[in-house]
Design a protein around this ligand. Sequence first.
Ligand code: HXC
Length: 260
Amino acid sequence: MTWNNILLEKDGPVAVLTINRPKVLNALNEETLTELGQAIEQLGNDSEVRVVILTGAGEKAFVAGADIAHMQKLTPLEARGFARLGQKTFSSIENLSKPVIAAINGFALGGGCELAMACDIRVASENAKLGQPEVGLGLIAGFGGTQRLTRLVNPGLAKEILFTADIYDAATAQRIGLVNHVVPAADLLSFCKKMAGRIAAKGPVAVQLTKEAINDGLEMDLEKAFVHEADLFGVVFSTTDRDEGIAAFLEKRKADFAGK
Ligand code: HXC
């Protein structure tokens, strides 16, 4: 499938998905969100792909937010639909059966920060700037930001970030737990690819079920989450990956996982 606003490149088990509207700093309009959702669905069905890296085209921005020009014309009902489209698309990333690493290569503002937060792991370049400037436009974060930011940092910090619309540099974003790593811009993609490669070499079903256990568990009380974890632990015993992983350890060799 080809898209107008999304690029998809595959390098063995690692796919790089690029939001490609550099003239508007990769701002998200309906078409881009729809294409992003299609690309995520395609990657979910692609058994060769084990890890996805999501980034933005150009050197300035990951995604500078929802497309402001597009939002100027929306009726309240259309705005609601736009928010739901973004939420559903971002949830499809969160629920994708493979890890998604956000390579934040510049501005990640508003919907861009919300997109990064829907990814499993966030790595920022030193020049990245993150924030939720929506209230400065008289809007609210509507692609899941009020919820994901609150879960990712803490409610007090999330409220400060959302109320003030302050923009944070990469070092501050790392200090508050919004990003895991900060690396020089020139090294961002190779850093993410190396991490993706390390994950891709592990048992794919085990990685998938670990993601599921973490995501589902966040919505459960602890005892139920433990039971869910034990259930999934049982499920991995139905995989050949478990046979291969344990045999490889005992035979002192590298495991070669089939993802089954
Ligand atoms: C549409 C955008 C855009 C956006 C930038 N552009 N951000 N277009 N939507 N979110 C466009 C600019 O209009 C400009 O187009 C071009 O990209 C380059 O941007 P400049 O502003 O000239 O660049 P610079 O001076 O370097 O400033 C960079 C910036 C600024 C600080 C990131 O562009 C900015 O503040 N952008 C908006 C950030 C923002 O408020 N995002 C949140 C949006 S609300 P031209 O044609 O002039 O070259 C949101 C809601 C999510 O995300 C929830 C929805 C339900």
